[in-house]
Design a protein around this ligand. Structure first.
Ligand SMILES: Cc1cc2nc3c(=O)[nH]c(=O)nc-3n(C[C@H](O)[C@H](O)[C@H](O)COP(=O)(O)O)c2cc1C
Length: 345
């Protein structure tokens, strides 16, 4: 049997029927007031019926201050959580599991979304254009240290709402240049207080956040998505990569986190995440999830070598709602095409 089809039975994470995971993909089909819809229910249910072991929701915003994406869903109120219940129930009815990805964009945003200035580790705007509204990224306001508990509170409230709505797990998005990564990354974090400067200080925001979530959600229902190495017009990684990994990863473990999702966004896995996972595996006896358009053979080899416990696919899940069933039947995979993003099918 393919190692992708073996159950996950780990003390560190919820039981899963197989190792095939759909990664988080923002699709922008929520209602204008950011509720999940019936079309979203059908879209996620289709992937569960197609055999996915675990589905990650698209980035789901914990608070308006974290918005930065057209028509993204929120989990910032009980009504938002309520709108997710039919999605969760449909995935469960199809025998799958679903985790809610909790998202705060920080400065990768604009006041068109946030109302007030976006918040970040820094006052410096991100370079470039926000493709969501076609405008330069907004000038952010650096969070004061006294505001951190409020931000952790938004995440904690969102996590409690997600668990209350029946989600099997939550994923903290602490990668891809979003809020927590704006603290981790020395190119962005220009603070001089206890949240900036040294490796320990730059890791403080993410570690305090994880510690807060662990007070409210059992460790085996929490994932954290990190992206120390990804492609952004070239390989883009934390400048002090080894120093960061040597401190951050063991600290996460010490706090009690047990499952991490190592992402490289849309990059070559072996040039980015694969390399990171080989560095951190000796310090991480828990669950490691990762991937990016791997072939079945590559994915199986990563599991068999003990690097990955769970393998994620994003775009191929857009193209193949029944990806897990195709693996089971040995059927060919439909290639992904950009046009597939336009519809929620
Ligand atoms: C349309 C689209 C939206 C995405 N949205 C998110 C997101 O909301 N959160 C996230 O962590 N990653 C997001 N990603 C990244 C994917 O989760 C995944 O890491 C990436 O697509 C690489 O995997 P793949 O090569 O298998 O598609 C998105 C990717 C795509 C293509």
């Amino acid at each position: 049997m393919s190692s992708l089809l073996k159950k996950l039975d780990s003390e560190h994470f919820i039981p899963l029927r197989n190792r095939v995971v759909m990664s988080a993909m923002s699709r922008g089909f929520a209602t204008p007031d950011h509720h999940a819809t019936d079309d979203m229910r059908a879209y996620y249910a289709r992937r569960a019926k197609g055999g996915a072991g675990l589905i990650l929701t698209e980035g789901t915003l914990i608070h308006k201050s974290g918005d930065g994406w057209n028509n993204a869903p929120y989990i910032a109120s009980d009504a938002h959580a309520e709108s997710w219940k039919p999605v969760v129930d449909a995935v469960h009815e199809a025998g799958g599991a679903i985790a809610c990805q909790l998202w705060h964009c920080g400065r990768i945003s604009h006041s068109d979304y946030t109302g007030d200035a976006p918040v970040s580790s820094t006052n410096q705007a991100a370079a470039g254009i926000n493709r969501q509204n076609g405008k330069p990224y907004g000038e952010p306001r650096a969070l004061d240290a006294s505001e951190m508990p409020t931000i952790y509170g938004y995440y904690a409230d969102a996590a409690k709402r997600a668990i209350g709505a029946g989600f099997d797990a939550i994923e903290l998005h602490i990668g891809h240049g979003y809020l927590a990564d704006q603290f981790l990354d020395s190119r962005v974090n220009d603070r001089t207080d206890e949240y900036g400067g040294s490796v320990e200080n730059r890791c403080r925001f993410a570690l305090e956040l994880v510690a807060e979530i662990l007070k409210h959600v059992p460790a085996n229902r929490i994932l954290a998505r990190i992206s120390p190495s990804r492609f952004m017009g070239g390989i883009y990684e934390w400048p002090d990569l080894d120093e960061m990994l040597d401190y951050f990863i063991p600290q996460l473990w010490k706090l009690g986190l047990r499952a991490i999702d190592v992402s490289c966004a849309n990059s070559d896995y072996f040039e980015t995440s694969g390399k990171i996972i080989r560095k951190i595996r000796p310090n991480w006896p828990g669950v490691i999830m990762g991937g990016a358009s791997l072939t079945q053979e590559q994915a199986e080899a990563e599991i068999d070598a003990g690097y990955l416990d769970l393998v994620t696919w994003g775009r191929l899940f857009m193209a193949n709602p029944d990806l897990a069933n195709k693996i089971a039947k040995g059927e060919p995979w439909t290639p992904y095409e950009d046009a597939m993003r336009e519809v929620l099918a």
